[in-house]
Ligand binder design. Sequence first.
Ligand code: C5P
Length: 219
Amino acid sequence: MINVAIDGPAGAGKSTIAKAAAKELGFIYVDTGALYRAVAYNAVKNGVIDDEQGIISMLDDTKVELKYVEGVQSVYLNGEDVSGFIRTPEISMGASKVSAIPQVREFLLNLQREIAKTNNVIMDGRDIATVVLPDAEVKIFLFASPECRAERRYKELVEKGENVSFDDVLKDVNQRDYQDSHREIAPLKPSEESIMADTSELTLQESIDLIVNTIKERI
Ligand code: C5P
């Protein structure tokens, strides 16, 4: 199986780029952020999002699964498809919070490794090259400036009809970057072998071409 790890900060375009690249290469695109989001969604639902012990206990009654239909991923929480509920700013911040808890990361680790063992995957996350798939054939660290990323996320949210301000989105991006890169466990950082890809000045299509070519050169 061929495993491609794509890590990077929120809003670098990872999911859109990785999804398109996976389609072109005939690989499965695995969005691991959705797993942390599903756990966060459960924590919010159970009123324990600010209670670390509560989140850890909740894991005993939490079942997270990923399913793929024609390459499209859905995430299931205790048998229910929650894919439509996990993209709000509240759940984004919650995902960043739960993902700093070692027990949560451990809880989701095998699920990610199992998918990569049995499929050609492009897996997108924060610690895929460093922790989840250290033997991945290709490791890419995709990034862009915080302002660029906030701009993209802002447009996305406005298109969805969310009532947000650019400054708030930028603040969220910076806060999540800080949380994700300063946590003790699996902090966001490139692995030593990662190929660095800066998409700040690239169009979406140029970014996709860059990633597809980078992968093709190495497999
Ligand atoms: O990628 P996405 O923005 O959906 O991820 C939501 C949050 O989940 C991130 O801010 C990060 O804190 C966490 N995450 C992680 N490790 C991953 C994927 C996501 O810690 N592999």
